[in-house]
Structure formats: structure tokens, C-alpha cells
Design a protein around this ligand. Structure first.
Ligand SMILES: N[C@@H](CCC(=O)N[C@@H](CS)C(=O)NCC(=O)O)C(=O)O
Length: 225
């Protein structure tokens, strides 16, 4: 198997490229790479010192958006396309991907996931004040925008799965791991989309593995306290 995805189980960007490979049915291996305790050659592999990193034979690529676009183009034919051909739909899918990668990531990673989990992994107390502030004041903006974009649709574009659906799910999944999924009554269409995404075979399997990994980390933490 020549494709290796270097990343971390709970990283939303690693999740995005992993789901691209799974949904396209591309064989690959996952290799654990923690950007906070990286190997000595990390900067050569990843000039921005970020994950994920893709290796396809002797070809190395950084950034989840570049990797997703590469995999989509390199594995076409029998593999379904996740980026539309039609210019307007393609542009829109890339915009929703960028919005999720930026607006959702900033709120969820810095405002919820990090204050709950990363703090604990570094021996610090959970920062519930930041979590509550994010949920009350910051998250409603990106959630509200995405709700307007998915009203009356099963998917963001072309009435089929595209990279936009995967990118939004990849960020929201960390809210579910943190048990802070948004209210269905406030964001009915976005949460229905999340539920449909989570019930897809490859996504459901990956979510179970992630939850097991997180539980393992939390159990280890309790033992060491
Ligand atoms: N634009 C990048 C963002 C990747 C990113 O922020 N990865 C995080 C982990 S989720 C990381 O490596 N953080 C370490 C750091 O920025 O120092 C992508 O889409 O791949």
C-alpha cells in the first residue's frame, strides 16, 4: 500500500483526509504523528509543522485541502468525485470547505476541544469558562451560517456527497466527542445533516475508533492522577 496519512486521530484535518480516502475507497495506512511531540524530520515533512501529511509513494503533500484535491484528482475513474466539475458548484464546495476549516475550526478547537481535552492531557484543569463563552457567543455565528446553507438540502452541493459535507462533518465531530453537539431545535437542518453523515458506514466506523481512542486516553489520564 503506497498511501500513508500521517496525522492524529482526533485532528479534524486528519479526519477530513481520512474520510476522503475512505469515501473514495482508496487503500491507505494511518501513521500517528503528534505535531506537539514530532519526529526530528518534521519540518522537512511539513514546512508549516502541521498535520496531516500525505505520502503517496515518493510524493509528499501537506495541508488537508491540497491533499483532498490531490486524492480526488489522482483517484478518479471508479472512485467517486468529491469535487464537482461544474465551476459554480466547485467554487461553492471549496468555499464551504474553507469556511468549516477556518470558522468552525477556530471556535471548536480553540474554544471547546482544547479547553476540555488538551488541557487535561497537559495536566491542567478543564477550562469551562472558555467552553461556555464559545458556545454562547462564538459558535452561533458559524453554526447559524451553515444552517442557512443546508436548509432544504440533504447535501451542500449537487445533491450528493462532496468535500463540503466531509469538511463540515470533520469539524463538528469534535463537538460530539466533547459532548457539546449543538441543539437540534436551534440548528435542525445542520444537525440533521450531521446525523446523516455520521450514519454513513465509513464515517460511523471511524467515529467509533476515535471514541475508543479518546476513552483510552482519558482512562490512562485517570490512572496517572
Ligand atoms: N490548513 C491546515 C491546518 C492543519 C492544522 O491546523 N493542523 C493542526 C492539528 S488539527 C496542527 O498541526 N497544529 C499544530 C500547529 O499548528 O502547531 C490543513 O488544512 O491541513
Amino acid at each position: 500500500m503506497s498511501i500513508v496519512i500521517h496525522g492524529s486521530t482526533l485532528s479534524p484535518f486528519t479526519r477530513k483526509v481520512t474520510l476522503v480516502a475512505l469515501e473514495k475507497n482508496i487503500p491507505f495506512q494511518s501513521q500517528d504523528l503528534n505535531p506537539y511531540s514530532p519526529p526530528s524530520n518534521f519540518e522537512t515533512m511539513s514546512p508549516l509543522r502541521q498535520i496531516p501529511v500525505l505520502q503517496d509513494g515518493d510524493y509528499t503533500l501537506n495541508d488537508s485541502s491540497a491533499i483532498s484535491a490531490y486524492l480526488d484528482a489522482a483517484y478518479s475513474g471508479v472512485h467517486k468525485a468529491l469535487l464537482p466539475e461544474a465551476p459554480k458548484a466547485r467554487g461553492y464546495v471549496l468555499w464551504i470547505e474553507e469556511y468549516a476549516d477556518t470558522a468552525l475550526f477556530q471556535c471548536i478547537s480553540e474554544g471547546v476541544f482544547r479547553p476540555i481535552f488538551i488541557t487535561q492531557f497537559f495536566g491542567k484543569p478543564i477550562d469551562m469558562a472558555t467552553v461556555q463563552d464559545t458556545i454562547a457567543n462564538r459558535l452561533p455565528v458559524p453554526l447559524g451560517y451553515l444552517e442557512t446553507q443546508i436548509i432544504g438540502k440533504n447535501f451542500f452541493a449537487e445533491e450528493r456527497l462532496t468535500l463540503a459535507d466531509i469538511a463540515v462533518y470533520a469539524q463538528l465531530a469534535n463537538l460530539e466527542h466533547a459532548q457539546h453537539l449543538p441543539e437540534t431545535s436551534v440548528y435542525p437542518n445542520l444537525m440533521a445533516h450531521f446525523g446523516r453523515m455520521k450514519s454513513r458506514g465509513p464515517i460511523a466506523k471511524l467515529f467509533t475508533l476515535e471514541a475508543q481512542y479518546l476513552n483510552g486516553m482519558l482512562t490512562q489520564l485517570k490512572k496517572s492522577v
